[in-house]
Design a protein around this ligand. Sequence first.
Ligand code: NAP
Length: 459
Amino acid sequence: MSVRKVHLAFDGAVVAEVPETPIGELPNLIEKARKASRAMADLTRDQRASILFEASRRMLAGKNDLARVIALESGKPIREAKAEVDRAASTLWFSGEEAHRLAGDEIPMDAAALGKGRTGYTLRQPLGIVAAITPFNFPLNLAMHKVGPAIAAGNTVLLKPASLTPLSSMHAASIFAQAGLPQDALQVLIGAGGEVGEALGKAPEVRMISFTGSAAVGMGLAAKAGMKRVTLELGNNSAVLVLEDADLDAAAAACVAGAYGNSGQSCISVQRVYVAAPVMNAFVERLVAGARALKIAHPLEEDTDISSLIHEDEALRVQSWIGEAVREGAALLTGGGRSMATLQPTVLSNVSKSSKLHRDEVFGPVAGVNSFQTLEEAIAMANDSRYGLQAGVFTNNLKAAWRCAREIEAGGVLINDASAFRVDQMPYGGFKDSGMGKEGPRYAIESMTETKLVSWRLH
Ligand code: NAP
């Protein structure tokens, strides 16, 4: 059996070795999942909710250990890793609440003349086996956004975490076993996306692929999915608008947290900031000061703000994008320096539309700030993207906020928050190339159940 080494990119230390799932084992694992589907479907809503509540409690009880695992495998600062455990526990709790609420509808059959004498209703039934494929950047919470709703709906889950960050998922699976989940209802598969992920995508027994990751991989999976349900949570190059009347201190603080949290490796990280020309300098001053104040250190130190990206190759890529933007006319106002996988928080201004930093998803600690003259221009700049996951708008002008909410092409528009804000029960999912379908337990459960009509003819 081959073994996969898990590294901390900040210093290259090996933090764990995990056995890979042999690809030949997959049919066997799918058969186990199929058998477990029966046990899952037989659980009452209350039993599913109880398992989810218990897993949530256990996750919180083991918060410090689990946070350490997240920090070591992903390079995320320990403070952020603890916050991720809190959020994952709340994702499971919300999923448990949704298990209690899971219900169909009464169908007014006799609203049609032909329906006279019939009573109809819908049942919400589990799909069976759900494949969950997850990325490295929130290795626990993004997995729980699939596992929680799938269990609440009565499905079994084959979970394939990112190869670089398998440990959080393995810990979560053992928490679920202790919380009373039926055997084999959650199995974690460790292996390369191109092999294990592809095989899950092709397996006819898998009824749904719930994918979070890059647009290229997600679109490839969807293209081959045939009759499987597919949910895609993909990338973004999020825009934030700062209008002339905005509270600049609040806007800059939110942009610092949103651009540099987890070294910018969030799908809703602040990447493109558009600022009303009269307040551009005052805003940039605040943003640069905020970026410079962040402490770069080992992820296990409690006061670390920035540790490293997931891999040195990623830091090199982001650095090359910064170089390209500067060659194309951008001003580098702070940052840009690199040590191994660690990149300094970076602010640029006047980023050209042709730069990758404008067009693509940077997935690193970089914010590019440009100024605008009119609201129309600002909205057009925000929408000048193949992506549309979330956007932020800072203003106290009701009319302007209303217009932004209606006209910005994104799955979420946050007034007086940066794009990076999320609570786990809200509907979350992108427009355009940012994805298909929504997460948030209530919304994910809809896609993880079949609706069956039952009609009774009474005489
Ligand atoms: P990624 O390279 O697309 O990988 C995501 C997952 O897909 C991993 O488990 C990966 O496995 C697997 N995979 C790779 N190739 C595959 C294939 N051919 N078939 C099936 N599975 C395959 O993404 P990442 O670098 O881990 O994560 C960063 C991306 O995720 C960014 O674009 C970010 O915006 C996006 N993201 C989106 C959201 C959202 O909710 N919208 C949230 C977080 C992140 P391996 O690791 O083994 O390659």
